[in-house]
Design a protein around this ligand. Structure first.
Ligand code: G6P
Length: 366
């Protein structure tokens, strides 16, 4: 009811603004990095595995896609990420030493549950879930679990569940890194410090809402949008595009920026807004040349740049300045303005934000 909404217009907006609290709660019980965060016996499992298979649907698939970058670079373990409905029906090569990780807000998504059972039926018995509902079927089915503390999520388009899944997946990365001998004590402390600072950092990004609203007015008049990111921000671009299409009904696609010249550049005209995630990371210079390719074809750029990125506004280039680059956890900050952009664009178009047409919060049948 209206009372629960407080000052917010929709549950989605409320849930976006709850993220500092949701992240803090998800980290609440974490005193140090240890496999036991995932349950009794996790150490033995983490010692035994040689790779990770992530299974999920929708937004949860994109948190898993982000985690692949973390797991391979920090824990140095091979990872594959697969859409649950694809995995369950294809012939694959089972690996009993692979850790099967399901990611699910509800813990009840039919395809994800079926994919888990499919993996198990092929002899893959090391299972772990990152889930927001402690009493769900998925938590009961898996050997190990990390329960995110986003709280009840009502908006069909997932927001706080996504950012807390990323927190859980980062802790999984650190725990696996530790067991595999790739995490010094100093690194552990530095990562924990960055995690604990996240609520404050997210709060600072939420303060950009008025600037994002001004962009949303322009987006509301478009029918297409392209999202670009590179590296671990490519899945964030995918998530930004998904949010926009789900609730504003604007056709949106995401591409890794290096792939522009292999197709999407053909779509770029002055009618095509191009949203770009521009963190100040190792790929920034490459990204800048991708942006020039877009500008040269008249595309209008909407850039989320870290404050230390040195990308300036100019003709056809609008910039919103994020806080300073946040290192490995940067995706958790960069997804926030994309959630706000989708939300305010949908509001400007007058859609049913919390209950977009044809979609359900939890897909418990195939
Ligand atoms: C539905 C929801 C999405 C969600 C997906 C997976 O499509 O609308 O927001 O990401 O299901 O749900 P899960 O509960 O498994 O994360």
């Amino acid at each position: 009811g209206a009372a629960e909404l407080g000052p917010y217009r929709h549950f989605m907006q409320k849930e976006i603004f709850e993220q500092p609290r949701a992240i803090a709660d998800t980290l609440d019980a974490v005193e140090s990095v240890t496999p036991e965060l995932f349950g009794d016996g996790a150490y033995r499992v983490f010692k035994d595995i040689d790779s990770v298979l992530i299974l999920a649907c929708g937004t949860s698939y994109y948190s898993g896609s982000t985690a692949k970058y973390w797991l391979e670079s920090i824990a140095k373990i091979p990872v594959s990420v697969e859409i649950a409905s694809e995995y369950r029906y294809r012939d694959s090569v089972p690996n009993p030493r692979q850790l099967v990780v399901t990611i699910t807000q509800s813990g009840e998504t039919a395809d994800t549950l079926a994919a888990l059972k499919h993996a198990r039926s092929m002899g893959m018995n090391h299972t772990l879930t990152i889930c927001n509902v402690a009493t769900s079927a998925m938590v009961r089915e898996c050997e190990l679990a990390y329960i995110t503390r986003a709280g009840v999520e009502i908006g069909v388009a997932s927001t706080k569940a996504f950012s807390t899944q990323l927190v859980g997946l980062f802790l999984l990365t650190l725990s696996l890194a530790q067991v595999r001998g790739h995490l010094t004590e100093a690194q552990e402390l530095a990562h924990l410090k960055a995690l604990r600072h996240l609520p404050v950092a997210v709060q600072a990004v939420l303060a950009l809402e008025p600037q994002v609203m001004a962009w949303a007015e322009e987006f509301a008049r478009k029918e297409n949008a392209l999202f670009l990111g590179r590296g671990l921000h490519y899945p964030i671009a995918l998530e930004g595009a998904l949010k926009l299409k789900e609730i504003s009904y604007i056709h949106a696609e995401a591409y890794p920026a290096g792939e522009l010249k292999h197709g999407p550049l053909a779509l770029v005209t002055s009618e095509m807004p191009v949203v770009t995630i521009a963190p100040n990371d190792a790929l920034l210079e490459k990204l800048k040349s991708n942006l020039q390719e877009v500008r040269a074809r008249g595309g209008e750029l909407f850039v989320f740049a870290d404050s230390d990125s040195r990308i300036e506004s100019s003709e056809g280039v609008k910039v919103i300045r994020m806080p300073e680059h946040y290192g490995a956890l940067s995706p958790i900050l960069h997804v926030i303005p994309l959630q706000l952009l989708a939300y305010h664009t949908a509001c400007a178009r007058g859609t049913d934000v919390d209950k977009p047409r044809n979609l359900a919060k939890s897909v418990t049948v195939e």
